[in-house]
Structures are given as structure tokens and as C-alpha cells.
Ligand binder design. Structure first.
Ligand SMILES: [Fe+2]
Ligand SMILES: [Fe+2]
Length: 298
């Protein structure tokens, strides 16, 4: 069956419905009962801290978005302003509260917009670069949201196995339920650009090049400490043992959209490379003197 045709109107309707269906989760709705806080901390302190920080960084994400997309579209604005921002902030508050309940320090969000983004943003005043920038924004969004779904799913499963049903069901599960809608928004937006042939071959070439050379996993943002911390998250959740499975899970859409000519590619290679680098850094095998992404920095 052919994929349904995506129009501006259908994307807008989807986005508005997403906001109606998923209001921000109230902080007071969480059942904060933790049977064994020490055990939860021992196993998942790094994961909860990482997730809280990333969720609370939405202010910077909006700044990045406005930098990268000076001519942001109406639907993009509705999504980040009326739907995504408040939902993600609520996720951050819930996880931050959980950290404090566990006796940990509150999260310390990273608020700097990297120079490379400012440069791309400056170039994006030229329409063809703006399209590339938009595509990069959607691809980054889709892979980030997909990573969130996978991570939260494993965390819920593991917390339940530990008997921590209250926090699994009233904190992590409601957060997890809001992430697939974000993923779908980015996916539909990227698919629409491809379907409408918004991108010329040279623009797709540049997009592929930039993605290959500057890809980072969720919350890393070219900070080596975060890349190492993410290796810790992958290890705490046991994902370091099945990195190919995870790479396929989070990279499948991008393989299909951007690398369709490379038949049989389950995921772009930079997904697995980034996962491996993170885990190696966490295990102390990485080269800390090299930049986080030493292939091509802009
Ligand atoms: Fe979130
Ligand atoms: Fe999200």
C-alpha cells in the first residue's frame, strides 16, 4: 500500500491533535513511592540524571531551532511552541523530582548553542541551505525521539523487575507515551520534504555528508563528558550488549529516507559508530584527546 500523501493541512491537523491528546503531565500526578531508593540509584543514577538533563534542555533546543531555521514554518512553530516545549519541560521536571527523591543532585542542563550551529544558521538565510537545515532538524528530531522511546521502554521494564512499579508506571511510562507523537511529527515532516521533492540531488548530497560527519546521539552535543555519560546509560540499560539491534531501531527511518540508494542498509553506519564510541569512552578505552566527532566539524 502506498504511503498516504502528507499535506501541510494534514501535518497541521496531526500537530494540533497531538497537543490536545497529550497535555503536559502534571508534576503532582506522580506516585513518588520508591521501595529501595539505594538500589534504584545504584543501577540507574547515570541514566536518570542524563535523561533529566536532556529533557530540561528544551530551552536551548528552541534557541538552536531558531538559529538553524530563521524562516521557521507555521507548523514547525505550532509543534515546538504549543506542543513539544511544555511536554518536554514537564518530562524534565518529573525526572528532576525523581532525582531529588533519590537523594541525587538536580540536573545541570547545558545551555550553549554551538558555534557550528550558528554558522549553519547564518548560511540558512539562503533558501537552499534552509531546506538542508530543515531536513537536518527533522532527522535529528526523529532519531532523538526514537532513542527516547527505546531508553524509556527498557527503563520501565527494569524498574518493574525491581518491584518499583509506582515510579515506572506514574513517571516513566507517561513520559514514554508522549515521545512517539514527537517522533511521528519529525518523521512526517521529513517524509513530506522527500515526497514533495523539496530537495535537489546536491542538497541531499550535502545533507548526507553533514549527517555522516556531524552525527551525535541524543544529548551529546559535541561535549565529550556527555558522550561518555551516554556510554554509561547504554551500559546501565544493557544496551551495550546489543548495539546493532539498537542502531537498527533508531537508524531505520534515516536509512530509508536518506540512503535509499544504498539497498539493504539497515541503518547508516554512523549510528553504530557513535554508539560504540560512547561505550568505549565509558569503559575508558576511548581517546579523550580527540574531538567528540573528529570527522568533520563545522
Ligand atoms: Fe521527553
Ligand atoms: Fe520528546
Amino acid at each position: 500500500m502506498p504511503a498516504p500523501h502528507i499535506t501541510d493541512a494534514s501535518l497541521k491537523t496531526f500537530t494540533l491533535r497531538l497537543g490536545d491528546k497529550h497535555p503536559p503531565i502534571p508534576l503532582g500526578s506522580a506516585d513518588r513511592t520508591i521501595n529501595d531508593p539505594e538500589a534504584v540509584k545504584r543501577r540507574f543514577a547515570g541514566t536518570i540524571d542524563y535523561l533529566a538533563r536532556v529533557e530540561l534542555e528544551v530551552d536551548r533546543n528552541v534557541l538552536e531551532l531558531l538559529t538553524l531555521l530563521p524562516n521557521v514554518s507555521e507548523v514547525d512553530r505550532i509543534f515546538y511552541q504549543d506542543v513539544w516545549y511544555d511536554q518536554e519541560m514537564a518530562h524534565g521536571y518529573l525526572l528532576d523530582q525523581l532525582q531529588v527523591d533519590l537523594g541525587m543532585e538536580p540536573a545541570d542542563p547545558f545551555m550553549t548553542v554551538p558555534l557550528r550551529m550558528k554558522l549553519l544558521g547564518a548560511l540558512a538565510h539562503w533558501e537552499p541551505i534552509h531546506d538542508i537545515s530543515r531536513m537536518l532538524y527533522y532527522l535529528t528530531g526523529a532519531s532523538t525521539e526514537r532513542q527516547a522511546v527505546v531508553v524509556y521502554s527498557i527503563l520501565i521494564r527494569e524498574l518493574k523487575l525491581m518491584g518499583e512499579d509506582a515510579i515506572a508506571e506514574t513517571i516513566i511510562h507517561p513520559i514514554k507515551q508522549q515521545e512517539p507523537g514527537h517522533y511521528t511529527f519529525y518523521k512526517m515532516s521529513a517524509e513530506k520534504m522527500m515526497q514533495d521533492a523539496d530537495m535537489k540531488p546536491w542538497q541531499l548530497f550535502v545533507t548526507r555528508l553533514l549527517r555522516s560527519q556531524t552525527f551525535t546521539l541524543v544529548g551529546v552535543d559535541y561535549v565529550k563528558k556527555y558522550q561518555q555519560d551516554l556510554g554509561g546509560v547504554l551500559t546501565e540499560l544493557g544496551m551495550d550488549l546489543e548495539m546493532e539491534v539498537y542502531a537498527k531501531e533508531i537508524g531505520r527511518l534515516e536509512a530509508k529516507l536518506l540512503w535509499a540508494k544504498d539497498k539493504g542498509m539497515d541503518f547508516p553506519p554512523y549510528f553504530l559508530e557513535s554508539l560504540r564510541e560512547s561505550v568505549d569512552m565509558y569503559r575508558g578505552q576511548g581517546n579523550f584527546d580527540a574531538p567528540v566527532n573528529n570527522r568533520f566539524m563545522i
